[in-house]
Design a binder for this molecule. Structure first.
Ligand code: ARG
Ligand code: ZN
Length: 881
């Protein structure tokens, strides 16, 4: 760690680079004892750089062997090495070349940033600041260069050599047993998009012909023996390539597109130009090894990384504060893709649920930050739900406000103006403003103000004037460093529903309201709808048109009414969620039982759910979502303070049991009707039927009776695909029984040598909300197949426990916090990035009841007094507040 590493960097301090690197020629020689990297950099001063300004290059974990300027070896006195930096005090005027030879040690690189070995395969991860661990460089995204890369390695053990761009040449090095490959990427790119792979890999190949008729060679590289799990990723890639042409007119721009799957990877995947590197979990799928959820995330992440080729690569970010420029926009694009090719109306439910589960707590806690942060200590800590998911919501709101056509024109204008450059959020929003003729000045606050806006709505009906007045007020709550806020520009979709369930036409000042879209811009606004014959029921925030919280004063009968009559599928689903949330939250607030009032209401909930569940015209996925109750974390968020996770679990289980009994007939009909003996197919309809059947199973087994256990065991034994096996296992894992142990053993015996499937075995046990869960995860830490070094395994066991088992992690005696703190500290010693992510599980500690809060605080303070990486230091100190 160097002196610089714990300082706060500010957006307001941005200054353009003093020198630019225009061209890079790398020669990388891979060998077990370390990699040797020779780089030739063509450098020139930026316009306005004063002659003699020192040239400062970034470098980390490198051994410098030699350095030459314009071909002349530099003596020791002409440059200085300091932690993280190489400085050349007095570079020549005008353009010059630097030749630098360094060594690095991929085998010792457990941080998995820079060049490292994953299960014997050489690979790289450079975003955000990993390239400096490969060679000395001006490692920032606004320095764009063309790259030519020569890779050399042992022919037998490392037969595959890949880098960015197009292949140029390859051959043997006579008499050495070594070979080489040369790649050239004609598109100028920042260093974070550099990639290199060397290994003994198997591959599958295909081609894609672009709209303008160019043929692109597609390749997916995996560990030998896994070739039969690549087909879905390849299909997904071709679907994504076609979709981007059709929806946004964006075509691929190189002759080849390669994807490599590696088993040790800190994140999901990486969009390196022409050579995407993936966590193998997001590539490999076969019906017996991957669930429908895996198929869906593979499709969406393959698309996400592919879409970055334009939004991220062709136009990149000026600095890391602008991360949402590429991530928010690309997440929005991948969501639209999944909506089109797979999910339809259910998509909005899934994205809203994810946003509420991951981003809302972030926005309400000590780590809250704007979509475009104003400062950071460690940029790796800002690959957050706020930057990604809320960032995507901002793009969606822009599209809602200006319309789909203008949005597409805005995208075209954005590329026309910024192609080949490093841009800012302002460049993006101004393209949207210019394409639509709209003033988006106020909208910019979404990028700078953190916190989830709270909208309160109330409706008054005036029977004489036949008017319905909707009063809307907004408050953006204070967040760390931001005490008072300006009102936001919020697209609020609404509808009014008549007593017979009919949608009432909306008229404001004599004008129709297209799509029911209101624009809320003030702290308080009144919308007066005319010609409303009788008191209507309002449906607010349809389609989840903005990332806000809504409070409305609807009575339970009105929510029941919306569950049945709302024409907006999102709000019909939301009504059921709200109803159940209110029931569980009020029970959890008071004690453990639902009580007579709520018991009665649970019965009414069951009744109101029936029409949707039985409606065969609705997509099965939609019906499945309707059956899923709000999660324990949803309830904790709703309570917002004094949270007792045991009370939540108990109240939720009681409601599940009540519903299970009240709806027994419907559930078993659904369960039987969705059975099939067809072969597995990942298509949306088949996946939807499995989802519905499994949701029914989950609720049916809430009774916890022997009959329920037997049914789950039958489901497990009869399963012909991973979706059904893992669901059965998950259901069983919540109820301690011999059957549960038997199924877990069976699963282990079958899959012990398959890392991705074995991760599911670890995860399912870590998530089980049982009194013995801390003991279980502690025991699994000692399992021979467990390793702290593999991020997927760490996330499967420790991550699933901390983020997916609220009652276990928040155990009243603090044992869950102690467990996480100890493991995160160990991991922090070699992989700070993964450790810091895990510690995010503490983000809501201030909402807990006092006893749990005290335990969490103690665990955090213990960490704060330990020796931490910069990454973990930032998370721990900010979380403590
Ligand atoms: N740009 C990648 C994406 O598609 C994420 C890479 C983040 N890596 C990291 N070490 N922070 O979302
Ligand atoms: Zn991304």
């Amino acid at each position: 760690m160097n002196d610089q590493s714990r300082t706060t960097k500010f957006l307001k301090d941005y200054a353009p680079p003093e020198y630019l690197i225009k061209d890079v020629a790398l020669d990388v020689s891979l060998a077990p004892k370390g990699a040797r990297v020779s780089s030739r950099l063509t450098i020139e001063p930026s316009a306005g750089t004063v002659a003699g300004t020192p040239l400062v290059l970034d470098g980390e974990a490198l051994t410098l062997e030699s350095i030459a300027l314009n071909g002349q070896e530099l003596e020791a006195g002409r440059y200085t090495l300091s932690p993280g930096k190489l400085t050349i005090a007095n570079p020549p005027v005008g353009s010059f070349t630097l030749d630098i030879v360094t060594r690095c040690d991929p085998e010792a690189n457990l941080e998995l940033s820079g060049l490292y070995l994953s299960n014997g395969t050489y690979c790289t991860q450079c975003e955000p600041e990993g390239f400096r661990r490969i060679t000395y460089f001006i490692d920032r995204p606004d320095v764009l260069a063309t790259y030519t890369v020569r890779i050399e390695a042992d022919r037998k053990t490392v037969p595959v050599l890949l880098s960015n761009g197009n292949p140029v040449d390859a051959g043997e090095i006579e008499g050495t047993g070594r070979h080489y490959a040369i790649w050239h990427d004609p598109h100028p790119k920042p260093s974070y998009l550099f990639a290199l792979v060397g290994g003994n890999l198997a591959s599958i190949h295909d081609t894609f012909t672009t709209a303008s008729g160019r043929e692109v060679a597609l390749g997916i590289y995996v560990e030998p023996g896994k070739e039969d799990r690549c087909e879905w990723a390849m299909e997904s890639l071709k679907r994504a390539m076609r979709w981007d042409e059709e929806r946004f007119g964006l075509e691929y721009d190189l002759d080849v597109f390669n994807i490599v799957a590696v088993s040790d990877f800190n994140m999901g995947a990486m969009e390196n130009k022409g050579l995407n590197i993936f966590n193998d979990k997001l590539v490999l799928a076969r019906p017996d090894t991957a669930s429908d959820a895996d198929y869906t995330s593979i499709e969406s992440v393959i698309a996400h990384e592919y879409f970055h080729n334009w939004t991220g690569n062709r136009v990149t970010c000026r600095d890391w504060f602008q991360l949402c420029l590429k991530e928010g926009l690309t997440v929005f694009r991948d969501q639209e893709f999944t909506d089109d090719v797979r999910m339809g109306p259910v998509m909005r439910i899934l994205t809203a649920r994810l946003l509420k589960a991951r981003q809302f707590p972030e926005d309400a806690g000590p780590l809250a930050h704007p979509v475009r942060p104003a400062s950071y200590i460690e940029i790796n800590n800002f690959y957050t739900a706020t930057v990604y998911e809320k960032g995507a919501e901002l793009c969606r709101m822009l599209q809602t406000l200006i319309g789909k056509d203008a949005f597409r024109q805005g995208i075209a204008l954005y590329f026309e103006r910024n192609d080949g450059t490093a841009a800012t959020v302002e460049d993006f929003v101004s393209a949207m403003a210019d394409a639509s003729g709209r003033d988006l000045t106020q909208f910019m606050r979404w990028y700078t103000q953190s916190g989830t806006p709270e909208i309160a709505c109330s409706l008054d009906y005036d029977p004489h004037a036949k008017k319905a007045r909707l009063k809307v007020s907004q408050v953006v709550p204070p967040t760390p460093g931001q005490t008072s806020k300006e009102p936001m520009h919020i697209p609020l979709k609404v509808g009014l529903i008549g007593a017979n369930g009919d949608e009432l036409p909306l008229k404001l000042n004599g004008e129709a309201v297209p799509g029911g879209l209101l624009e809320v811009t003030e702290r308080e606004q009144v919308f007066e709808f005319e010609n409303i014959p009788a008191p209507p029921t309002p449906s607010i925030l349809r389609d989840f048109s903005a990332p806000v919280r809504v409070t409305s004063s609807l009575k339970p009968e009105q929510i029941e009414f919306l569950m049945i009559h709302d024409a907006d599928p999102f709000n019909r689903w939301q009504a059921a969620q709200t109803y159940a949330t209110d029931l569980i939250a009020s029970a959890a607030r008071d004690g453990l039982d639902l009580g007579p009032v709520s018991g009665h209401q649970a019965g009414r909930l069951a009744q109101a759910l029936e029409p949707t569940l039985r409606d065969e015209t609705l997509a099965p996925t939609y019906r499945a979502e309707t059956l899923k109750l709000p999660s324990e974390s949803d309830i904790a968020r709703e309570l917002g303070r004094n949270v007792d996770t045991d009370a939540i679990l108990a109240a939720r289980e009681t409601l599940r049991k009540t519903l299970s009994e009240a709806m027994a007939a419907t559930l078993s009909e659904i369960y039987e009707a969705t059975a099939t003996d067809e072969d597995f197919s990942p298509d949306p309809d088949s996946a939807g039927r499995r989802a519905l059947r499994n949701a029914a199973l989950d609720l049916m087994t809430a009774t916890g009776t022997q009959e329920a256990i037997d049914r789950a065991m039958r489901h497990y034994r009869n399963a012909t695909n991973m979706t059904d096996s893992i669901m059965a296992l998950s259901v069983l894992s919540h109820i301690p029984s011999d059957e549960c142990d038997e199924a877990l053993d069976d699963f282990y015996t079958r899959w012990q040598d398959d890392p991705l499937v074995l991760d599911k075995w670890f995860a399912v046990q870590a998530r089980a909300g049982r009194p013995d869960s801390v003991a279980t995860v502690n025991r699994l830490l000692g399992h021979s197949k467990f390793s702290l070094k593999n991020p997927n395994r760490v996330r499967a066991l420790i991550g699933s426990f901390a983020m997916g088992n609220p009652s276990g992690f928040n155990r009243a005696d603090g044992a869950g916090y102690k467990f996480l703190a100890e493991q995160a500290l160990k991991i922090d010693g070699f992989n700070p990035h993964v450790a810091a992510r895990l510690l995010g599980a503490f983000e809501s500690w201030k909402t807990l009841e006092p006893r749990r809060q005290a335990h969490a605080k103690k665990a955090l303070e213990g960490l704060a007094s330990a020796e931490l990486s910069t990454d973990a230091y930032e998370i721990v100190t900010k979380t403590l507040g």
